[in-house]
Design a protein around this ligand. Structure first.
Ligand code: SAH
Ligand code: F3S
Length: 487
């Protein structure tokens, strides 16, 4: 979808009688180039940033060379993610030599983690903006326009950007992210997110529903409700999750939890597909699973990171559940929604992890047989409890060998899962042309597995019934047999 290019501002301001500014904006829009790394939340945040800056007369561009302002929305989750961003800054530096008026801003988790240090370490950076400070961008840009460096890394108790309508970037016009919570209170000992994104707060359900309705009216067919820990969603009129017990009796009685929000969303747009991410095992309730089962438009897929199969390591990670409790949860999901897909995140080589702990992870995977997964070698993050209290004592070679073993096992399980779809006819939402063939569409079934099939008469955004004929470990191959009843 084409980003808002300042014209909206012209209309807005004209009604307020301020045409002078507008004329400038119209004749001379500045060009914003924005690049995002890391989690889906960062991609969603960049759409909020683009929206805020479109009101300041910035057009987005895909062409780095012509940009007046380059923003990079950064990730701190592992050291490698930070190194990738530093490499990109080198590239921006080279471009700046040919375009000396270009300004460079760093957004997101690295901005929050490194703060002023960024300006010292990376001379190319003009502006550092943390994840809760995007509404201050107009002021910060004025600062850099006047030749000063600008920094705002203040974390907020209540900022959810619920009142900012995101400008959809690189959109297929079919699927979109809708953020519902910010921050995380879980304090997993390996994780930098609670430090970079602050305390957990939830967005007003009314503004969530408005965004969902608006997306439907614009032709979108699928949304993913986003948060670091969506199951912990709790709206009681604003404020931090941890202050819920200080809310009035009335606020508590009328509060909205995640199961309720899911239901409200599913009912508001019964034909819109609804997904959500990420679920934390300790917070995923039976209510949520039952709500998923009750509404056909809520997809049968849960991303349920576990990180390790060893009780000892789970404890050291401050994951607040045991291996047995996790199995109970998996059993409940499969009992209530037999065809529910489940995916994982895993970490190998957390401090003190033994071969026995690693075997526990493999056996946990064997029990669940995840549909897919995202697996990482432990990367020590400065400031986390693990970094302060535990020595990063597993040799890189061992971390990597264990990682290889869990990736190989996941590959086997993924293939086992995709094979179960062969022979079935499944509803697929078409998202775009297959990467490998112009003659084929690519879409997903309810379980979030990619399905590829010949284009025939169908088009992007159609719900199509596809007979699955073959599979690889990651993709289903099929043939359309007609529109689905939801089309
Ligand atoms: N709740 C979040 C999790 C964010 S981090 C979400 O919305 O997805 C994503 C994954 O990165 C985690 O589940 C974990 O598996 C991995 N991860 C986090 N910190 C890590 C670290 N220090 N080293 C290696 N992997 C890490
Ligand atoms: Fe990180 Fe754990 Fe929260 S992985 S984002 S602290 S649930």
């Amino acid at each position: 979808m084409k980003p808002n290019n300042g014209i909206e501002k012209i209309i807005d301001e004209k009604t307020q009688g301020n045409t002078l500014v507008l004329a400038n904006d119209k004749k001379n829009p500045r060009k914003l180039y924005i690049e995002s790394y890391g989690c889906q939340m960062n991609f969603s945040d960049s759409e909020i940033v683009a929206s805020i800056l479109s009101k300041e007369g910035f057009n987005t561009t895909q062409n780095l060379e012509e940009a007046d302002l380059v923003l990079v929305n950064t990730c701190s989750i592992r050291e490698k993610a930070e190194l990738t961003v530093r490499k990109r800054l080198e590239k921006f530096n080279a471009v700046k030599k040919t375009n000396p008026t270009m300004k460079v801003g760093v957004l997101g988790c690295m901005a929050e983690r490194l703060k002023n240090k960024f300006l010292e370490e990376e001379k190319i950076v003009d502006m550092v903006v943390g994840p809760d400070a995007y509404k201050d961008l107009p002021n910060l840009i004025q600062e850099i326009d006047e030749g000063r460096n600008a920094v705002n890394v203040i974390l907020s108790k209540d900022e959810t950007y619920g009142d900012v309508a995101p400008v959809r970037l690189n959109s297929n016009g079919v699927t979109a992210f809708v953020s519902i919570t910010r921050g995380c209170d879980n304090m997993c000992t390996f994780c930098v997110v609670p430090f970079t994104r602050g305390r957990e707060r939830s967005r007003d359900p009314q503004s969530i529903l408005e965004e969902v309705n608006d997306l439907w009216n614009k032709g979108f067919k699928e949304i993913t409700l986003l948060g670091q820990n969506v199951d912990s969603y709790l709206w009681y009129g604003g404020g931090l999750k941890k202050d819920f017990d200080k809310a009035t009796a009335m606020q508590q009685a009328t509060s909205v939890d995640f199961a309720k929000l899911l239901e409200m969303t599913a009912m508001a747009q019964p034909k819109m597909r609804i997904r959500f991410s990420t679920s934390n095992p300790q917070d995923l309730s039976l209510d949520v699973i039952e709500t998923m089962a009750k509404y056909e438009n809520i997809c049968n897929y849960i991303h349920l990171p576990v990180q390790s199969g060893s009780d000892r390591i789970l404890k050291a990670m401050n994951r607040l559940h045991t291996r047995a409790e996790y199995f109970d949860l998996i059993d409940n999901i499969k009992r209530i929604i037999p065809d529910c897909a489940i995916s994982q995140d895993m970490i190998t080589g957390f401090p003190t992890e033994t071969e026995e702990d690693h075997q526990d992870t493999l056996s946990l995977m064997e029990y669940v047989k995840y549909d897919f997964g995202f697996m990482f070698a432990y990367s020590e993050r400065p400031g986390t409890l693990a970094a302060r209290k535990l020595e990063d004592d597993i040799p890189l070679e061992t971390k990597k060998r264990r990682l290889r073993e869990i990736i190989d096992l996941q590959q086997t399980h993924s293939h086992y899962r995709t094979k179960q779809h062969v022979g079935k006819t499944e509803e697929v939402l078409i998202e775009g042309t297959s990467k490998k063939s112009d003659a084929h569409w690519m879409g997903r079934n309810s379980q979030n597995t990619v399905v590829v099939f010949p284009k025939e008469k169908y088009t992007i955004g159609d719900f199509v019934n596809v007979k699955i004929k073959a599979c690889t470990s990651a993709t289903l191959l099929g043939e359309a047999v007609g529109y689905s009843k939801n089309n």
